[in-house]
Design a protein around this ligand. Structure first.
Ligand code: CO
Ligand code: ZN
Length: 326
């Protein structure tokens, strides 16, 4: 899983510019699915037909995009002004190595301010001497993300930017690679623009009319100094979501997924998250309504340059999903 995870983490793919991620994923899944298509927004939709008599359509989504800094202006001295694409926090932004899709590197810095630091105080130093030189390197509207830096942390854990939600993309790739024949048709949705409001999942679930929707995403943690909520620990298994601010999981589906964990002999955690949302929120309210649940990978330091997951939780999620589809 670690090798696959590294491959899927590497591409630069902020919201709206997920092409390189889709290309890397397509290469991995092609032999294992019946059809692969890309829609107008850039969603990568891979379908694996069910062998049952009346197969249900189970849509499983993982979002390809990650958060970034979009260039809003250039100072005459060559520094870039930026705003957020998705949930960028100030603490996570200070003196960070970022990279643009064209390969230009930069450092995000906050100017000295009294009081609250805000996004408007940030600038990106790309080493340009002046505005003209800067504009030869990047254009207004280009987006930078935290530079790829993926490393093992202890025996089971991995730290990297973009773990939200590439760890789930890798999980969904692995599921397609290992699943084999199923009764149900599996629609694997590698979605776009989740971080700016689940826009990819919204149109894909409308287009594909699934009978069931399962989102795969990271969730927050409560097991480091000074944290206690949500009651989620790394290494204690994947989390089955009961509620977040975007969706309330279908109770029957959620209990079925928890039972699948028991059947597969892996640990799961019950997740109540007082913030956030996933692609499940978009799928749930599509057309006449779709039963949904989210299978979450516990992740520390979400939306920072060092998002940490535990490979054992990814393995647990893989087993839960396999048991559900078998
Ligand atoms: Co996110
Ligand atoms: Zn996410």
């Amino acid at each position: 899983m670690f090798e696959l995870l590294k491959k899927v983490l590497a591409p630069v793919g902020p919201s709206g510019l997920e092409g390189p991620v889709a290309a890397a994923i397509t290469e991995e899944i092609r032999p294992y699915v019946d059809t692969i298509e890309t829609d107008a927004l850039g969603n990568l939709i891979a379908t694996k037909l069910g062998k049952g008599e009346n197969p249900r359509k189970v849509m499983i989504s993982a979002h390809m995009d990650h958060i970034g800094y979009i260039v809003t202006g250039v100072e005459k001295e060559g520094y870039l002004r930026v705003t957020n694409v998705g949930g960028i926090g100030m603490d996570a932004s200070l003196t960070r190595h970022v990279v643009f899709q064209n390969g230009v590197h930069g450092v995000v810095v906050c100017e000295p301010v009294e009081g609250n630091k805000q996004l408007r105080h940030l600038f990106v130093d790309i080493g340009a001497a002046d505005k003209d030189e800067a504009l030869k390197m990047v254009s207004l509207g280009d987006v930078a993300v935290y530079a790829n830096d993926c490393f093992a942390l202890g025996a089971h854990r991995v730290a990297s930017p973009a773990m939200d939600d590439r760890c789930a993309c890798a999980l969904l790739v692995k599921l397609l690679q290992t699943l084999g024949e199923t009764e149900d048709t599996v629609i694997a949705l590698f979605s776009v623009q989740e971080e700016v409001g689940c826009r990819g999942a919204k149109v894909a679930s409308f287009a594909k009319e699934p009978d069931v929707g399962i989102a795969l995403d990271v969730t927050l943690w409560g097991d480091t100094p000074g944290t206690s909520q949500p009651d989620i620990k790394l290494g204690e298994g994947c989390a089955i979501k009961i509620m977040d601010r975007g969706s309330i999981s279908n109770p029957a589906l959620r209990e079925e997924l928890i039972a699948c964990g028991e059947k597969a002999g892996v640990k799961t955690q019950r997740e109540v998250l007082p913030y956030g949302g996933t692609d499940a929120s978009a799928m749930q309210t599509s057309r006449g309504g779709i039963p949904v649940c989210t299978v979450s990978i516990p992740c520390r330091y979400v939306h920072s340059a060092c998002e940490v997951i535990d490979l054992r939780d990814m393995d647990a999620a893989l087993k839960v999903l396999t048991a559900y589809l078998k």
